[in-house]
Design a protein around this ligand. Structure first.
Ligand code: ADP
Ligand code: MG
Length: 280
């Protein structure tokens, strides 16, 4: 895939992150990506969960011969690992037990730089499905993106984990506009007011960008191998995600200009540094 002549370059890289697994990162990455695509945006979603990759499964893509690990390992070009589905671009990561640490240890700076540069130059939004926790691979995925959208469930433990993730992002220099609360509406949940109060008190202004209800259609869609915003566009979870897409596209309060060329270079440098631990 090459960059089309005259293509408008306004890349924004956003990691979707949480403290623990199971909060809905992969669900949100896939569906927010498609929702942004439906708004006419040029979107790429990348499976940054190198060890527990399943973004392709949620996207209903079971046969991807070449994936992101092959690119990192130098066995393929990034353009070979970009697949089109539901009108957006998807970079899947392979499922394998061995090799992730070897691949990361053996990473060539130039290779990462080239492939990330190519990804960013041919898209407007790069959403990264980040792994949970604060392991190396999580740090990579968060540091790789300029922005982070933390996702939490409305429970106290999930919220504390989310808080830690935002703190980590701050350390890594990724900017957080606000958080997403997912699976809202079950008994004994924290209220949205409590969540916003807790986060804002701990972190300064930290508004809830979207509250996505607990919705049986999400699991139904997952069973069918179709992202929920496609499977049931009108259901409550899809409606909340479509609204979130509009919030995300609002650029008036971004602390940087996404269209500036030097920003791309800086993002590539950040990605490279995060992936290789070395300065570009
Ligand atoms: P993560 O990537 O953070 O580990 P997933 O996106 O895989 O989490 O979601 C975990 C599980 O929760 C999945 O089975 C998913 O379908 C389900 N799920 C996520 N969000 C919702 C929701 N709003 N309503 C119902 N089920 C949900
Ligand atoms: Mg996941």
């Amino acid at each position: 895939m090459t960059v089309g002549a005259g293509m408008k370059i306004r890349p924004r890289s956003i990691s979707i992150s949480s403290g623990k697994g199971g909060t809905g990162k992969t669900m949100l990455t896939a569906n927010l990506g498609i929702a942004l695509g439906n708004l006419g945006r040029d979107v790429t979603i990348l499976d940054g969960d190198l060890a527990m990759a399943n973004l392709a499964i949620v996207m209903g893509m079971h046969k991807c011969e070449i994936n992101f690990l092959d690119v990192l390992a130098g066995k393929a070009e990034i353009s070979d690992a970009v697949y089109k589905n539901y009108n957006i671009k998807v970079v899947p990561t392979g499922f394998r037990f061995e090799g992730i640490h070897d691949v990361l240890a053996d990473l060539k700076k130039e290779r990462v730089e080239k492939s990330m540069g190519e990804l960013l130059h041919q898209t407007e939004f790069l959403l990264i499905d980040a792994p949970a926790g604060i392991a190396d691979s999580t740090i990579i995925s968060i540091a790789a993106a300029r922005e982070m959208i933390p996702i939490t469930n409305p429970t106290y433990t999930s919220l504390v984990d989310c808080y830690k993730t935002v703190r980590l992002a701050n350390v890594l220099g990724a900017w957080t506009r606000g958080l997403v609360v997912n699976r809202v509406g079950r008994a004994a949940d924290l209220s949205l007011e409590d969540i916003e109060h807790f986060m804002s008190k701990a972190l300064g202004a930290m508004p809830i960008l979207a509250d996505i209800p607990e919705d049986p259609k999400v699991l139904e869609a997952e069973r069918e191998g179709v992202p929920v915003v496609v499977y049931e566009p009108e259901c409550p979870a899809s409606a909340a995600i479509n609204e979130l897409a509009k919030v995300v596209t609002g650029e008036s309060d971004l602390p940087y200009t996404p269209s500036a060329e030097h920003e791309i270079d800086e993002t590539i440098r950040r990605l490279t540094r995060a992936l290789t631990g070395r300065r570009a």
